[in-house]
Design a protein around this ligand. Sequence first.
Ligand SMILES: Nc1nc2c(ncn2[C@@H]2O[C@H](COP(=O)(O)OP(=O)(O)OP(=O)(O)O)[C@@H](O)[C@H]2O)c(=O)[nH]1
Ligand SMILES: [Mg+2]
Length: 462
Amino acid sequence: MRQPLTRELHDLLERGRDRQLRLAVTGLSRSGKTAFLTSLVNQLRHAGLEARLDLLPAARDGRLLGARRVEQHDLGVPRFPFDRAMSALDDRPPRWPEPTRGISELRLVLRYRPQRPGLMGGETRRLTLDLFDYPGEWLLDLPLLGHDYPSWCRSQTGHGDAREALFADWQREVATLDPAREVDEGRLAEIAERYAEGLRAAREAGFSDLQPGRFLLPGELEGAPVLQFFPLPGIADADPAQLAQLPPESLYATLARRFRHYQQHIVRPFYRDHFRHFDRQIVLVDILGALNAGPERFEDLSRALGRLMQSFDYGRRSLLSRLFAPRIDRLAIAATKADHVTPEQHARMTGLIETLLAEPLKDLHFANVPVRALSLAAIRATEAREVHHQGQRQPALSGTTLAGEEALLFPGEVPSRLPDADFWARQGFTFTAFRPLPRDAGALPHIRMDAALDWLIGDKLQ
Ligand SMILES: Nc1nc2c(ncn2[C@@H]2O[C@H](COP(=O)(O)OP(=O)(O)OP(=O)(O)O)[C@@H](O)[C@H]2O)c(=O)[nH]1
Ligand SMILES: [Mg+2]
């Protein structure tokens, strides 16, 4: 058996030879990460066989010979449940894979023939691709790392009225607290639970900008004091120096201590272990879901994404940093679930995601990180059709709804810029959730997974 050190050294050397890539699939909860990863593995395993990957030249030219799952880098982390996801999709009727409840990893080895083979010909090469999956809820804890407790409290105010209303119970109770008084542990736990209830209700109602993420999916931390804190809205105007003087047993000092503990012991290790060492990234955004949910949710998603993108450190990698602390050198932003709209709307989806991420895109441009925006469907659930209406041809979609009904519909137009009051007034868009299409054998039907793969790994398969 290989020793851990040797494995690490091997990884470093592979990385140095550019034969290894770690790809971060980033996206808020329900944005389509697990579907993307499942489809990615499925497509690469069927490359050169049934997979339709015309936009990935190595596959189109028959040079990509396929992919195998091998033992992953960190043996202490569960393996990405690819087989479970595939059996859900292969069920009759097909089901979507379950929401993710913990972290998992996957290592794929791709075999390909280089474009210019060596003198001997017949040469094949390998590219190792490291992937990982996690609950989207945890991702919004990354921006939380940039705060101290008072600034975090300030950042958690000023959400719209509809969202605030979901926190009414918590707000009533927190308003009665005096930050300087000695803490009452039992009461603190109760109020923290009210806060967690507010977050859960906000998630249910379609909001995205929800911190702390572990309150939504605590896992093994359920009931631990580190998850018993909340922001104190009342301290927004207080003098930080005075707050810092409050005794350690005061409510303020206790909450601030728990916040720091959460940062140091929960968020930082997750970030350090899984996000620091990646070379490439794809940011997935369920823009259609947000459009369907209305202006306040759309605005909330935009704020959450802005905060998230700020917390990634984008920059060019040097040789040294490549060996020891690789940094991202290429990024894709993708509007997911493109099969929810008719094909002529896809370019608008791309336009919309570019507008939504305009600010972070400027930073990336400045940092000289190449970015590509696209729209895709990792696992297609509809077929594009045409219907004849009043003598005209109209685009339409056919699919099977989650309730099992056959549907033929035109979901509406996607705005290519940020939606204005007019769009919301018309309620221009209806989102129907469909069952995944059954696959006969082999590869999952998709839209532009090959374009995404080409951008993310194509240059390594030359
Ligand atoms: N039509 C369609 N629906 C999709 C597609 N990808 C994801 N979905 C839908 O979106 C839901 C969420 O997708 P997931 O891949 O589980 O999302 P996730 O980002 O892994 O979510 P968490 O694990 O909760 O963070 C799925 O259950 C599907 O209903 C797609 O390509 N097409
Ligand atoms: Mg998932």
